[in-house]
Design a protein around this ligand. Structure first.
Ligand code: MLT
Length: 389
């Protein structure tokens, strides 16, 4: 037999696994150090009451013969897809329920969606970016073209002349926090339409956008329904990092190479996926109620406040950064010409703060470090006081 040889082209371990390993090693060697984790974007606030109430009711339903549910629809329950249709209508985007596929989170679908694309496709990925985009394509052996995202272009690369077939866009961006405006996204949609390419638009951080002029969905751009798939998650919007629920939108107008991508994705999901648990989907439905939305917004406001505290600390230190306004991430320029991993070590060893080295997000991330606002106000302040005192 032969294994998938493309795996040998990957870094030995996944970025966040490596960061967690180094943190574990450090805390094992220094048990008294009170380490504050500002590395992986994992929420720290509990699920909101509207979600807990809905899931509690669903648990009770599962215990009664009349309301018990076995296998659900692989595409997701209608009640949740209808709630998402309404949520998008509020953004001025018209969707049909069968264009929405409920998933266990955007990370899984970012990798799984590649099943419907040929391995001959040329893929464009911004650098730096969420490492899952590059790694999943390397696993399949696709050719990846890196688009430079740097301080000169505001970490927002724009289309070039070169032809590509698949384009990853993450806005607000992980890790830099940069957000594309309407004109910039229009340029990407126009490029994709002209090149018969597909945009994979990762909207996991859309709920952090704080300016109504900025697009929160690619479908707010005319023509995007003919060239884009949108992947979204309730992880950051509603604290579902451990509960697991997200959704992928594949418009029916998206036809490539003579095939409906919606039909292909449905075929893939019905074959390889048995759906998200009923209890979780009831919780997710509650996120989209007025009560659930208001409660989730309060949590986001809390994380935003943390980001402000962090920004103020780096201003005081004279360390330049971006992000933190429409995003839970602060993207710092490492001081004194340090590399990403050097600054990671300084933060961990001298200040007991865990960050994520920018170089783990791509070559242009070298010399940068990402911190997240996902922590308690108390820990965020404590971490910043350690740095500024
Ligand atoms: C991150 O820290 O980049 C994210 O939390 C990782 C993820 O969503 O998988």
């Amino acid at each position: 037999m032969k294994v998938n040889g493309h795996f040998s082209n990957l870094a030995t371990s996944y970025l966040f696994t490596e960061v967690a390993r180094r943190q574990r090693e450090y805390t094992a060697a220094h048990p008294d150090a009170e380490t504050i984790r500002l590395s992986i974007g994992d929420v720290t606030r509990p699920l909101v009451p509207a979600v807990i109430d809905a899931m509690t009711k669903a648990v009770a339903e599962m215990g009664k013969a009349e309301t018990f549910r076995g296998y659900g629809d692989e595409q997701g329950y209608g009640f949740l897809r209808d709630a998402i249709v309404k949520y998008y209508a509020g953004k001025g985007v018209e969707l049909a329920p069968d264009e929405i596929f409920i998933s266990d989170g955007a990370k899984s679908d970012v990798g799984n969606i590649l099943n419907i694309f040929s391995t001959d496709n040329i893929v464009a990925v911004p650098d730096p970016v969420y490492p899952v985009y590059v790694d999943t394509n390397i696993m399949d052996g696709r050719k990846v073209l890196l688009l430079d995202a740097n301080a000169e272009n505001g970490f927002l690369p724009m289309p070039g002349e070169e032809h590509v077939d698949i384009i990853y866009i993450c806005s607000p961006n992980n890790p830099t926090g940069a957000v594309y405006n309407r004109e910039q996204l229009t340029a990407w949609v126009d490029y994709a339409l002209a090149h018969d390419a597909v945009i994979l638009f990762d909207a996991a951080y859309e709920a952090f956008i704080n300016d109504p002029a900025l697009p929160t969905s690619i479908y707010q751009i005319p023509g995007a329904e003919k060239c884009a798939i949108e992947l979204c998650s309730l992880s950051k919007t509603a604290g579902f990092t451990g509960t697991r629920c997200g959704y992928t939108i594949v418009p029916k107008a998206l036809v490539k190479d003579g095939a409906s991508l919606n039909a292909m994705w449905l075929r893939r999901q019905t074959t390889k996926f048995n759906g998200v648990p009923y209890i979780v989907q009831r919780g997710a439905e509650a996120v989209f109620t007025p009560e659930g939305m208001a409660q989730c917004k309060e949590n986001i406001a809390h994380y935003r406040e943390n980001a402000k505290v962090m920004g103020a600390a780096f201003d005081k230190l004279g360390i330049s950064y971006c992000g933190g306004v429409h995003s839970p991430y602060i993207w710092l320029h490492c001081p004194d010409g340090m590399t990403s991993w050097e600054y990671f070590d300084v933060l961990l060893e001298q200040y007991h703060i865990v960050g994520t080295p920018g170089s783990g997000f791509g070559k242009n991330g070298e010399g940068y470090l990402r911190l997240t606002a996902f922590n308690t106000a108390e820990n965020t302040k404590k971490a910043m006081e350690r740095l500024t005192k």
